[in-house]
Design a protein around this ligand. Structure first.
Ligand code: EAX
Length: 376
């Protein structure tokens, strides 16, 4: 059987810069892998042997989480479309590493597909940073409209130089704070709280502004760190909190909804480029067709997860978001700039245009007045 391990030809060392602060001069562009990927393209004919292209995908979330349900659905569709010639195995639970490892795995060819939050991409490219602005979205409908818009698709497809192809926008959802100390009702309640964040300078800055003590950490280490008390808190959408059973080590769930994490599905560029054209189409179609199902699973688990967490004893509170929005408003001033490590003002304005079209401008106004409100 001709099993093509084409992706391994892509052994380019990609130096992913670590945290790229807004004023940092470190380059956010990784070396392009395009040259190698062209060399790796040795065949474009589909022969249709079963399992000819056996792809693996990795995520950092438990098997029951919608990332894995969505990828599994994508795999089923892909097998159907290619009569089993292209398959996709799903490895959750950080089995193949952290989100940073997975992105690098795609670049190196050790993993073919992944679905990650956009936040850790900050170490590789600035294109996704707009999503790291706190309280950018009020509803899933708004977030989905932006992901599916022209600017959203441009962002998704902007990762050629990072050695990846953006296939589709799955989602992770609105993030909420859990902790073991007290219900978070106001930003002041976060003072001195040691909170795990994703590896993203804007997320860390937002929690710092509120007086918390943010620590970036890979997902696979969070449960143990909470259990051992190395950290007091973490923030994630309900489906992640529930499937990871964080209620076993956290008492309070405060529905802050401070950030929305979109979740791009990526495939390694060298691997994708080397697939026969008809299989490339099948991969793209399978990813697209899995999107509605994946987002529906997020909606379902947001509801069922919240119920389950409450039944298991977690104390849930709904703080007034306005105070958190005001407290984190300086992030907009600090990070929307034409500078490396910042949100491009052009991208930000295009996102605002989409939001205005979704809800007649309500959100745009809210977002734009955030800074004024904070100053009052
Ligand atoms: O992308 O690391 C995180 O908190 C993410 O929400 C999770 O791994 C899924």
């Amino acid at each position: 059987m001709k099993k093509k391990v084409l992706a391994l030809a892509l052994a380019t060392t990609l130096c992913a810069s670590a945290f790229v602060g807004c004023s940092s001069s470190s380059s956010t562009t990784t070396e392009s892998s395009n040259t190698e990927s062209t060399e790796a393209t040795e065949s474009t004919e589909a022969t249709g042997e079963a399992g000819e292209y056996a792809m693996i995908s990795g995520t950092t979330v438990p098997d029951a989480h919608p990332y894995n349900l969505g990828l599994t659905k994508m795999g089923e569709l892909l097998s159907e479309k290619t009569n089993g010639a292209v398959t996709l195995d799903v490895f959750g639970n950080s089995q193949l590493g952290s989100e940073r490892d997975l992105i690098e795995g795609l670049q190196l060819g050790s993993v073919q597909v992944t679905c990650v939050s956009t936040a850790p991409l900050s170490g590789f490219t600035d294109a996704f940073l707009v999503f790291d602005l706190p309280f950018l979205f009020e509803t899933s409908e708004e977030a989905r409209a932006v992901m599916d818009s022209e600017v959203g698709m441009e962002i998704l497809h902007s990762v050629d130089e990072q050695g990846m192809v953006g296939l589709a926008w799955f989602e992770n959802g609105f993030r909420n704070v859990t902790n073991s100390k007290l219900p978070i009702e106001t930003p002041d309640d976060l003072k001195g709280i040691k909170i795990r964040t994703m590896e993203n300078p804007m997320h860390m800055a937002a929690f710092q502004i509120m007086g918390a003590d943010p620590t970036p950490m890979a997902m696979g280490e969070v449960f143990t760190a909470l259990q051992q008390g190395t950290i007091d808190a973490q923030e994630n959408p309900v489906p992640i909190i529930e499937t990871n059973k964080f209620d076993e080590v956290q008492t309070y769930l405060s529905m802050t909804g401070h950030l929305f994490s979109p979740a791009p599905v990526f495939i390694g560029k060298a691997y994708f480029d080397a697939l026969p054209a008809e299989y490339q189409t099948a991969v793209q179609e399978a990813a697209d067709e899995a999107v509605p199902y994946q987002r529906e699973q997020i909606d379902l688990q947001n509801e069922s997860g919240l119920e389950a967490l409450q039944e298991r004893g977690m104390q849930v509170n709904y703080p007034d978001k306005a105070a958190f929005q005001e407290a984190t408003a300086p992030i907009y001033e600090q990070y929307i700039k034409d500078e490396a490590g910042c949100v491009s003002p052009d991208i930000y304005n295009r996102v605002l245009d989409v939001l205005a079209s979704v809800d007649g401008g309500a959100t745009t106004e809210t977002t734009e007045t955030t800074t004024e409100a904070a100053a009052e």
